[in-house]
Write a protein that binds this ligand. Sequence first.
Ligand code: CA
Length: 230
Amino acid sequence: MNLVRKKILIIEDEPDIVRGLRDSLEFEGFEVMSAGEGREGVRLAREKGPDCVVLDLMLPDVNGYVACEEIRGFNAVVPIIMLTARSQEADKIRGLEVGADDYMTKPFSIGELIARVKAIFRRLNRLSVQEELLRIGNCEVNIKKHTLTKGRKAHPLTFYEVELLKLLHERAEQPVSRDEILDKIWGIQAYPTNRTVDNFIVKLRRKVEDDHKQPKHILTVYGYGYKLAP
Ligand code: CA
């Protein structure tokens, strides 16, 4: 157990949910701060440097998508779990596009959310002892800095993008199934859909490939998953 307590920022306007999350997370040894509005949440994210953000989609001032984009504007790496009352695929995809790493549909179990938060920190701990650089084509991925450098351009990578690249790289030239990716990266079998993996792959291809429509490195294995050709 780390001596320094991990800080979780909850951005959510429903007091009952905040109270439930706060009690449970504090019981688990996390330090918890919360904001009931999006702008206040973004300010706390900037000033307090949380280790993880739980962000509600429907907020009284700015919505969760806007807050997420603003947070990503100054922090590319903090894991963001989005809470949504809706279950439409479009909302989830949009959430991932603006930089959320994970999402949960309300009503959710607090135990499940805590399990995901803990899984994130377990992976972060593992990450800190691993080698720092991966090479893919003419790109260099810095695992610790969460950046992908291609030519002179450095792109920020989110936590799950780094994890996905690492997994594919460890298994280079071998097909990795979508189910295995979901299981290993998100750590939960019941994670909503394989489309999540596909959406992350699309984003990664835009960063890695010269032509993302004709990928040469992150290859589709039809009906199965993906394969990395570094
Ligand atoms: Ca709300």
